[in-house]
Design a protein around this ligand. Structure first.
Ligand SMILES: NC(=O)c1ccc[n+]([C@@H]2O[C@H](COP(=O)([O-])OP(=O)(O)OC[C@H]3O[C@@H](n4cnc5c(N)ncnc54)[C@H](O)[C@@H]3O)[C@@H](O)[C@H]2O)c1
Length: 352
């Protein structure tokens, strides 16, 4: 497995642009095409999509970019150093495997695969092929999340109490995975990144309120070390679109609201901690309340997807492991699998 440091990938020659193919030009793929087409040091050479209509759109927008409808047609080309995969989740594992077997670097959208074993095998394959495997966790490249991490430095944040994330909207409903596998990867990735660890257990309840074939809402709790809990609510059935992560500590409360451009992060310099035991109180403790300002730190505007693609290219060039590595993606899928198992057992606690 990847050890995280000092891995030498096979890197393109210095000075030459890295040549990338994009697989999948549906809803999300066009954002990759735009970013990759503009990114210095990158040449978007081919877009592959199974749909002729989508390929016609590619040709209309990008006259110099080749198109193909079969993934196998990519592997004969000498202008594909790596691939960016933006196809539905259920297709990821097979496409990533094919790309790594053909010794191409891979940036795959989340989740990397739908099983822990599948992710593990892909990480091993990437290591033996000496190719970079990165997962599209855009929030790890979101300036608001980075600001939140900065404000969670232990001296100022104090003890971490809990995290809470809400990711609701009306769909878009997926036909290959449920709302947990579609939406919660983002929040698990953010929690793991902010806490710098992986959860130990999961407990979750899901429901099919829209009478679809899959759970369209879920409430999932993840247990981290030191009794820290992270709760995630995802829904395809809520007309109120929310993209929010809250972190509560003994000295601060932080709110990341990805939909609020003016105030992406709010910092409440307030908290409550437990002091000494009160006299004659049968074990009750004094609560020490700390009151302070509410501030909105400046968050430099930048496009998370662009930052993420830049990291992909820089990591390949430097032969280093990016934050959203294959191993990181594997940890997220471990948590997803535990959440899924808990939902099947009506909320029972499942080890991650
Ligand atoms: N990071 C984010 O914020 C974000 C946002 C949206 C979607 N996503 C992820 O992006 C991925 C794609 O989502 P989407 O909404 O664009 O899906 P989509 O269904 O709109 O598009 C998928 C495209 O892939 C093509 N395709 C499917 N299988 C193919 C194959 N075997 N070969 C070639 N083309 C194939 C389809 O024709 C379609 O055009 C998913 O993994 C999703 O989770 C991430």
């Amino acid at each position: 497995m990847l050890s995280g440091i000092g891995i030498l990938y096979c890197v393109p020659s210095v000075g030459n642009p890295i040549k990338l193919a994009l697989i999948g030009f549906g809803y999300w793929g066009p954002n990759y095409a735009r970013v990759l087409n503009d990114l210095p040091g990158v040449e978007l050479t081919v877009v592959c999509d199974g749909s002729v209509e989508r390929l016609a759109l590619v040709r209309e927008r990008y006259r110099l970019v080749a198109t193909c409808s079969r993934i196998d047609d990519l592997w004969h080309r000498d202008d594909v150093d790596g691939v960016v995969i933006a196809t539905p989740a259920s297709t990821h594992e097979a496409i990533v495997r094919a790309a790594l077997e053909r010794e191409r670097h891979v940036l795959v959208e989340k989740p990397m695969a739908l099983t822990v074993g599948g992710c593990d095998a892909l990480c091993r394959l990437a290591a033996s092929a000496k190719r970079l495997l990165m997962v599209g966790y855009t929030f790890l490249y979101n300036a608001g999340v980075l600001k939140m991490k900065q404000y969670m430095a232990p001296e100022q944040f104090g003890q971490v109490y809990y995290l809470h994330a809400t990711r609701t909207n009306l769909g878009p409903i997926r036909h290959d995975v449920n709302a947990v596998w579609d939406l919660a990867p983002h929040d698990i990735a953010i929690f793991n990144y902010l806490l710098d660890e992986q959860p130990l257990w999961a407990s979750a309840i899901g429901a099919r309120v829209l009478r679809t074939a899959r759970d369209d809402i879920a409430f999932a709790t993840l247990g981290y070390s030191n009794e820290v809990v992270g709760n995630i609510h995802v829904s395809w059935a809520d007309p109120n679109k929310v993209r929010e992560v809250v972190a509560v500590g003994s000295r601060r409360r932080l709110v990341f609201n990805d939909l609020n451009d003016a105030e992406r992060v709010r910092v409440f310099e307030r908290g409550v901690s437990v002091g000494e035991a009160m006299a004659d109180s049968y074990g009750e403790f004094k609560l020490l309340v700390r009151d302070g300002d509410i501030i909105s730190p400046k968050v430099e505007p930048s496009e998370p997807l662009k930052n993420q693609c830049q990291e992909f290219v820089d990591a390949i060039a430097a032969g280093r492991t990016p934050v959203a590595s294959g191993e990181f993606g594997l940890a997220v899928v471990r948590a997803l699998a535990a959440i899924q198992a808990s939902m099947s057992a009506r909320g029972a606690v499942v080890d991650v």
